[in-house]
Write a protein that binds this ligand. Sequence first.
Ligand code: BTN
Length: 243
Amino acid sequence: NKIIHFDSIDSTNEKAKEYALQGEKEGLVITAEEQTKGKGRKGRDWISSKGSGIWMSILLRPDIAPCQAPKFTLLAAVAVAKSIQEETGLLVHIKWPNDIILNKKKVCGILTEMNAELDRINYIVVGIGINVNQQENDFSEEIKNKAISLFEVKKSKISRQNLTRRILTNLEKYYLNFVKKEDFSSILKEWKELSCNLEKEVKVVLNGKEIEGIAKDITEDGALLIENREGKLIEICYGDVSV
Ligand code: BTN
C-alpha cells in the first residue's frame, strides 16, 4: 500500500479525492495527525485534533455498479470494529449505518464518498475517523455526551500505528473477498453480529419525519428494516438512528 501521511491537512477525504482525480491507483491511503476541516456525514464537522486519533482515507476503484457503493461502508465498519476488538480487547458495536459504538458512545465514524459515471464506479473514498487517545477533557462540552475514545475505556495509550496497520490488513481481506468472490453475505453476517440495533426500539428521522419501531433486519443492500407500531415493515436506506 502507498501511504501518504500529513502533519496537518484540511480533510483526508478531500486529499484522497484529489489524488483519485489525478488517476492514482486504488489502495492509496491518506493519513493525518490533524484535520483542520474534518468532515462528518450530512455536512457536519468532524473534530480531528492533533495526534490523538486516526484520521484516514482509503481510495478504492472496484469494478462494480454504483448502487453497490453503500456496501463498502458496511464492509469498512466490520473491518474497523473487528480490528478495534483484536487490538484492544474492547467490545464495540456497530450502529446503523456506520457508527462504531463503545459504552453507548461514538468512538468511530465512517464517511464514504463516491464518484461514478453512468453504470460504473470511478472511485470510492472510505474515510475513517477513530477517537483513540483523547482524554475526557479533550472533547468539547457539546460532544462529550456523544463521543468517547478508546483510551477512556482501556485506560492506557493505544498505538495508532498498530491499529491503523491492522485495519488496513483486515479491510483488504474483506474488500478482496467481496470484489473477487462477490461474496457479501459473510460480511453481512458479521455486521449483524456486531449490530446494536437489531430487535431494539429505534427512531429514525427520514425527510424530517420520525419513524419509530423495532429494527428487524438489514437487507442484502444494507438498508435497515423497521417494523412500526402497526406491524408494517419499512425499509430505510439513509438516515440517523437514535435510541
Ligand atoms: C460521521 O460519522 O459523520 C463520519 C465521520 C468521518 C470522519 C473521517 S476522519 C477521516 C476522513 N476525513 C474526513 O474529513 N472525514 C473522514
